[in-house]
Ligand binder design. Sequence first.
Ligand code: SF4
Ligand code: SF4
Ligand code: SF4
Length: 257
Amino acid sequence: MSKALLYDATMCIGCKQCEQGCSEQNKLPYNDAIAAEERQSDHKYTVVLTKGDRFMRRLCMNCEDPACASVCPVGALRKTAAGPVIYDEDRCMGCRYCMVACPFGVPKYEWSKVLPKVQKCTMCSKRVLAGQPTACAEICPTGATKFGERDELVAEAEQRIRDNPNQYVNHIYGLNEVGGTSVLLLSGVAFENFGYRTDLTRDALPVYTYRVLSRIPDFVPLGGMVLGGIWWITHRREEVAEAEGGEHRQGHGEVGR
Ligand code: SF4
Ligand code: SF4
Ligand code: SF4
């Protein structure tokens, strides 16, 4: 059984505590200016959008079969059995294929940093693996963001729509989009109003990625070899520098420090 988040926009009061909880969890800055930013960024992994008296969250959907992971040549992004799609910055070589592949425009790049990395919500993977809810679900004062088993949250979302059909759009966003996601959304207004795509296939996108790449015979071996080679050389240099540094220190009696 994998975990998921259910966000019910009809229960959301737009307090943005989920934004703040996320920033604290991920050691990101948060102040009034950042709270006013209405887009995901390398320093804001989730955003609460406002239109009149309606609200909608955006964050990484932590797809069941993520396109971002399928195009990553070095396996820096990976879907876990527990639900979160995690990111290993030590593996990442900065090709940014994941940013192009993601159908939700989620991964962001730290353009302003000397050694930039990709940033996105990883569904509080450490907390989830430790049996805790995500920080955004834990802090939400109304239960609009709820953490739990995906199957149970799907059943609950279906029940909420059945109980109050006039209150909801008859659609659980994320149930089937791109093969399903670990973030499920309920809304009282059309999801398009908040920029959610409704033209997405019900198939997992990696199927398409594979079909497209397989029509370009040289892409996988050549692209993968070149990019993988750059990554290997970069890390090999670091390893050599580390080893040489160690020998240098040993020569100066600095063993074990
Ligand atoms: S929403 Fe985008 S970044 Fe997040 S798991 Fe899916 S493909 Fe990857
Ligand atoms: S799941 Fe964690 S990382 Fe993702 S938006 Fe919520 S608090 Fe932030
Ligand atoms: S903490 Fe809950 S109620 Fe507040 S903005 Fe986030 S989802 Fe909405």
